[in-house]
Design a protein around this ligand. Structure first.
Ligand SMILES: [Zn+2]
Length: 85
């Protein structure tokens, strides 16, 4: 009898104390429908120098700074470059 109670309490503790899953929230706010005018800013890709819209860019967060890249390739290249130092 005691063993059953112990098992149940352990099961409950496992359910309560387990890692809680939180839905991952991106930095983007509520999505707005842009008609034809592109929203957001245009920033320079530090790798290839191309200008990209922050709406469609590949983002890399470094500390409190957000870098924007035209493609995943540029993002990877930048990461590889900075990882060396
Ligand atoms: Zn680029």
């Amino acid at each position: 009898m005691l063993g059953v109670v112990w098992t149940i309490s352990r099961t409950i503790r496992g359910l309560m104390g387990g890692p809680r899953q939180r839905p991952a929230r991106g930095p983007s706010g509520p999505s707005q429908r842009a008609a034809n005018v592109p929203q957001g800013r245009t920033v320079r890709d530090p790798v290839c120098g191309m200008f990209v819209s922050t709406e469609v860019s590949h983002r890399l967060v470094q500390g409190n700074k957000v870098l924007h890249f035209c493609s995943q390739e540029c993002l990877d290249a930048y990461e590889r470059k900075t990882a060396k130092v």
